[in-house]
Design a protein. Structure first.
Length: 96
């Protein structure tokens, strides 16, 4: 049950810090909002870096999934990549 105006003022006046931050107003505002989705525009976000350059990193075969190639999954992608590398090496070397 949301607090009423009298309770809000009582909370605000209950101690100096509560009055400084208007604690009653904050509680009343929180109770009046029903939640749900809140949207914040990207321009309103403060303290964000000017750019997000990717850092150099690696992934092992179990961290990569390739859904575009039939039969390749996160658990067998390393094996598939090794098989492809061997086939490419064989073709480049003119071998089997």
């Amino acid at each position: 049950m949301p607090i009423n105006e009298t309770e809000k003022e009582r909370l605000n006046l209950s101690m100096p810090v509560a009055n400084d931050v208007k604690l009653g107003d904050i509680i009343q505002g929180l109770q009046e909002n029903t939640g749900g989705n809140t949207s914040i525009a990207w321009g309103e976000v403060t303290g964000k870096p000017a750019s997000f350059p990717p850092s150099t990193h690696t992934h092992n075969g179990t961290q990569v999934t390739v859904s575009a190639i039939s039969g390749v999954t996160g658990s067998n992608v390393q094996t598939v990549l090794e098989s492809l590398a061997a086939k490419i090496a064989a073709l480049e070397g003119g071998g089997a």
